[in-house]
Design a protein. Structure first.
Length: 167
């Protein structure tokens, strides 16, 4: 394990949908994003914290977006796409990958809060660029390949009282 030096510059990228659905499906609870931010930074220097969120037609998530901003997150918002037949999609994977690569020159460590295996290639790319990549996710729903490729993996499912809020 590499020591988290106090001077390390950190960027946090949270795949909100991934953590939200994992917490809901595995624990019937909501994610404590403030605790995730604290864990990610670990007394290092936070450069940027992005939360990738989805806006619905009803707008019921506005208060949640406000709460994220209050915690210090910059929200990246994408509209939910609804297709014929009822299929709904709001995919942030490419946006998160591009932001990770874009900010990598300004930081020492990228913390990705997602268990989505689609991020495997960007994690490997960042590591090849000399960046430390840490992944925070629920171990039960995280990609095993993503877990193995990260410099450090934190399973927030091991301490649900700390990282989850009751509904």
């Amino acid at each position: 394990m590499v020591i988290k030096h106090l001077g390390q510059r950190v960027a946090l990228l949270i795949d909100v949908q991934n953590l939200y659905h994992s917490a809901k499906n595995l624990y019937g609870a909501r994610v404590n994003f403030g605790a995730i931010l604290k864990l990610a930074v670990s007394q290092r220097v936070l450069i940027r914290a992005f939360a990738y969120v989805v806006r619905t037609k009803t707008g019921e998530e506005k208060a949640f977006f406000g709460a994220l901003k209050t915690l210090g997150f910059e929200t990246r918002v994408r509209d939910l796409q609804e297709f014929y037949g009822g299929l709904k999609k709001a995919d942030w994977d490419v946006g998160i990958a591009v932001d990770a690569i874009r900010i990598s020159s300004s930081v020492d460590t990228i913390v990705l809060a997602s268990g989505d295996g689609d991020f495997l290639q960007v994690v490997e790319y960042l590591k090849n660029q000399g960046k430390r990549v840490e992944v925070i996710a629920f171990g039960k729903s995280a990609s095993s390949k993503l877990i193995k490729s990260a410099d450090e993996f934190t399973d927030i499912g091991k301490d649900p009282k700390k990282y989850l809020l009751k509904k």
